[in-house]
Design a protein around this ligand. Structure first.
Ligand SMILES: Cc1n[nH]c(N)c1-c1cccs1
Length: 326
């Protein structure tokens, strides 16, 4: 574990500023560890991306640097914030906000399925986060319950979207430069590509549909255990089943949102903006709660900052008042 010699493999600058402790998550690209900032004892999550985990050096560098470049650019209450970034020859170390509630994936799994009101509160925040990305020309491309983190163990909590390593910044600038020049030599697809870029955003709307389906029902809409068709076949044909026992208590409006997002043709699929206008989300009490959670934390908790954290700071990810985020 990192408390022994492993710490020596960390960048010196990272070690000087943070103490890395236990693993709180693992992903395809590496692991996530709980870290304490030495000067403040504030808790963070350090994502360690092993460059060798990517199939080819080129992809690794491009993916991870794209991710880091994007992470540092985004600023929204429902998008994970990057605190710091370090790298060694074989790894990237990204210091991220700690979300004490862990992954949405585990919350849904432990509760079988979420109460509709809770699913609506989380889904609204996801829509706001993705709308922000889309307005900034960013496609997430890998939205799934593992990439949605919860700020606490409370049902009523802030959520944050993370894991941008599949994101791609639409090269609007490059495309604009191309279109400003004389068009006579440009191939047709350069123009139609612009519209296919538009479709690119729709991939996130589809994934949000799958996310909402899972939150409301507790199971995935496209799964190898359903019928003889492969998952890919089920997806390509937009073939999903709402098992009555799981969907009985779910409102028709919630089902309508799912059905309008899980549309195969990206041109006909509901967009994130349209989803935000859907009647199911015109729910004042939910919106009030969401906006309260999404507002920057007031100074109201400064007394927590006065609590000198005990020397033996708990290594549990569960919040100790002094360790809780601002
Ligand atoms: C990033 C991050 N910030 N706070 C938590 N719990 C994470 C995790 C991501 C993946 C596993 S844990």
């Amino acid at each position: 574990d990192l408390m022994s010699d492993d710490q020596s493999s960390l960048p010196r600058a990272l070690q000087d500023k943070y103490v890395l402790t236990r693993r709180i998550g693992t992903g395809v690209c590496g692991e996530v560890r709980l870290a304490f900032e030495r000067s403040t004892c504030r808790k963070f999550a350090v994502k360690i991306i092993n460059k060798k985990n990517f199939q080819s050096e080129g992809t690794a560098t491009r993916n991870a640097e794209t991710e880091i470049e994007i992470l540092q650019r985004v600023d929204h209450p429902c998008l994970i914030k990057t605190e710091d970034f370090y790298q060694t020859e074989d790894s990237y170390y990204i210091v991220l906000e700690l979300m004490e509630g862990g992954e949405l994936f585990h919350r849904v799994k432990s509760q079988q399925q979420l109460d509709e009101g809770v699913a609506k509160l989380y889904f609204y925040q996801m829509l706001c986060a993705v709308q922000y990305l889309h307005r900034n020309g960013i496609i997430h491309r890998d939205l799934k319950p593992e990439n949605v983190l919860l700020s606490s163990s409370e049902d009523e909590c802030l959520i944050k979207v993370t894991d941008f390593n599949q994101s791609r910044i639409l090269e609007e600038a490059a495309l604009m430069r191309t279109l400003c020049g004389t068009p006579s030599y440009l191939a047709p697809e350069v123009f139609t590509h612009a519209s296919s870029t538009g479709y690119g955003l729709a991939v996130d709307a589809w994934s949000l549909g799958v996310l909402l389906f899972v939150c409301l029902s507790g199971y995935a809409p496209f799964h190898e255990s359903f019928g003889e068709r492969s998952v890919t076949e089920q997806i390509i044909h937009g073939e999903f089943t709402m098992v009555p026992s799981k969907w009985r208590r779910v409102s028709n409006q919630a089902k309508d949102v799912v059905r309008k997002l899980l549309v195969v043709d990206p041109k006909l699929r509901m967009t994130v903006d349209e989803a935000l206008q859907h009647p199911w989300l015109q729910d004042q009490p939910m919106l009030q709660t969401a906006h309260r959670l999404m507002k920057p934390a007031g100074r109201g908790d400064e007394d927590d900052e006065d609590d000198a954290p005990s020397a033996a700071v708990s290594t549990e990810a569960e919040p100790s008042s002094a360790g809780s985020l601002n």
